[in-house]
Design a protein around this ligand. Structure first.
Ligand SMILES: Nc1ncnc2c1ncn2[C@@H]1O[C@H](COP(=O)(O)OP(=O)(O)O)[C@@H](O)[C@H]1O
Ligand SMILES: Nc1ccn([C@@H]2O[C@H](COP(=O)(O)O)[C@@H](O)[C@H]2O)c(=O)n1
Ligand SMILES: [Mg+2]
Length: 468
């Protein structure tokens, strides 16, 4: 590898930011003069979730449910309401003419500053707002510590682009307008010191027009829309599961900088949901596995070193780009690794692909019994194809192969894998820190029978149709 290629690889990695969305290791500047929540170690949130929706749609209720279900993680809630500007005496005299539903009613600069601080691991003091007096408490604040998950909730949290950009996930809580109005009347008369007439008047004059002008137009930014709010247990479970998965991956990525999890989107979650479904048809299992494999392979190729390359465009200008790494080959672990060969061939024209077969005898008597590898493999980067790295014992079964290569050659090996168990990743990463693992998802754990949970069954059998 030339010096040039190293620096380009480094520059590209640097430009592409953290290897896992939302997580950034603390820098010297981010850890200056601050009180940190835990033992002076700045905690960086992994997930910043925005929850928006009309008044009384159930935002606060949904957030409470998410927080309750994520009880084993550190989660904090920040309400946009806390950033209402306090009214001055003139405004207070004519409070019925004040529009609390307009974006200008909030101190968005202060909200931004607060979320940015939490994002880099600082604790913040959030104002306490009084809906009866329409002002902030002058002497009390709520201390919010940086956490793994920050939920920002409010009618207009998607309105300002700068606030939106801080979110990894945007949820819109939907409910019929008449249901919301009925709830609002009940809540504001019981909890916010209003009478029915004032609620109805405020609703017609300000709340409904502002919903149409500002809240509803921001719904398009949502990643997930929850109809029926807190009654929609399925949607809330899915969101909680998604956050849990991301947090589990986050921990591993923190420990091993050589583990790369492709950024999860709801498309990718959807594909995992399908291939994990035991009732999916064989045809669909293969179809969605192929789609996922292709994504992982493309992502893995992005971690290979590049060299700089200049081309002349049809407009006779020079474009400075990069050249693909040419010296590579695949090695598939027979049999399930063969399911990844087509994707690799589709991405790398004419690529050489070798094979190894690891025969398993009992729990620890693993041995390599077959290998057919390209003659010049020592000059190539190797993409080791194995779709599932489950137990640490299955990871150990790769060790004869890995040790063999590391003994003979000193180049980077890049296995490409889909759903993984943390135990397997720990085992391989600890032993081979210079190897890179690229995966689409990491499972929660292994159960007592060493099966991956939630898992996806025997991948090879399901893919090649030998599971019945
Ligand atoms: N699914 C539901 N069924 C019945 N009442 C609900 C439901 N969701 C919320 N509420 C009630 O409606 C009111 C408004 O809900 P809240 O979660 O505070 O909405 P938001 O934060 O969107 O304004 C509260 O009094 C709450 O208890
Ligand atoms: N002093 C205030 C401040 C706000 N409001 C109303 O609260 C609504 C937002 O809170 P939700 O929990 O319903 O999202 C908003 O529609 C304001 O009209 C208020 O009445 N008085
Ligand atoms: Mg609320």
């Amino acid at each position: 590898m030339s010096e040039g290629s190293i620096s380009i690889e480094y520059a590209m990695e640097k430009a592409s930011g953290p290897h896992f969305s939302g997580f950034r290791t603390p820098t010297a500047t981010s850890v200056s003069s601050t009180t940190f929540s835990d033992a002076n170690v700045p905690r960086q949130p992994f997930v910043i979730a925005g929850v928006s929706g009309g008044t009384a749609s159930g935002k606060t209720t949904v957030c409470d449910m998410i927080i309750q279900q994520l009880h084993d993680h550190r989660v904090v809630l920040v309400n946009q309401d806390s950033f209402y500007r306090g009214l001055n005496s003139e405004e207070l005299k004519r409070v019925h003419e004040y529009n609390f539903d307009h974006p200008d009613a909030f101190d968005t600069e202060q909200l931004l500053e607060c979320i940015k601080k939490l994002k880099i691991g600082h604790s913040v003091q959030v104002p306490v707002y009084d809906f009866k007096l329409h002002r902030r408490s002058s002497d009390s604040f709520r201390q919010v510590n940086a956490s793994d998950v920050i939920i920002l909730e409010g009618i207009l949290v998607f309105h300002d682009q700068r606030v939106r950009n801080l979110m990894n996930m945007k949820i819109f809580v939907d409910a019929d307008a008449d249901v919301r109005l009925a709830r609002r009347i009940r809540r504001d008369t019981v909890e916010r010191g209003r009478d029915v007439n004032s609620v109805l008047e405020q609703y017609a004059k300000f709340v409904k027009p502002a919903f149409d002008d500002f809240v509803l137009p921001s719904k398009k930014y949502a990643d997930v829309i929850i109809p029926r709010g807190g009654d929609n247990h399925v949607a809330i479970d899915l969101i909680v599961q998604h956050i849990r998965t991301k947090l589990g991956q986050h921990d591993l990525c923190k420990i091993y900088p050589n583990v790369y999890v492709i950024q999860s989107t709801f498309q990718i979650r959807g594909m995992h949901t399908l291939i994990r479904d035991r009732d999916i048809s064989k045809h669909d299992f293969v179809f969605y596995s192929d789609r996922l494999i292709r994504l992982v392979v493309e992502h893995g190729l992005g971690h290979l070193p590049f060299t700089e390359k200049q081309v002349v465009t049809p407009t006779a200008t020079v474009y400075t780009g990069v050249d693909f790494c040419k010296k590579l080959c695949g090695v598939s672990i027979v049999r399930s690794g063969e399911s990844m060969e087509n994707a690799l061939r589709a991405c790398c024209k004419g690529i050489k692909i070798g094979k190894i077969l690891i025969h398993r005898e009992g729990d620890d008597g693993k041995q390599l019994i077959y290998e057919k590898l390209p003659m010049d493999i020592s000059e190539r980067h190797v993409l080791l194809l194995d779709p599932v790295l489950a137990t640490d014992s299955s990871a150990t079964s790769l060790q004869p192969f890995l040790s063999y290569f590391f003994y003979l050659f000193s180049y980077i090996l890049i296995p490409i894998l889909i759903p993984q168990a943390p135990e397997g990743i720990h085992c391989v990463c600890k032993r081979y820190p210079s190897l890179k693992i690229v995966t689409s998802e990491i499972d929660v754990a292994l159960n007592e029978e060493f099966r991956v949970i939630p898992g996806m069954g025997e991948f090879g059998d399901r893919y090649f149709g030998t599971d019945d």
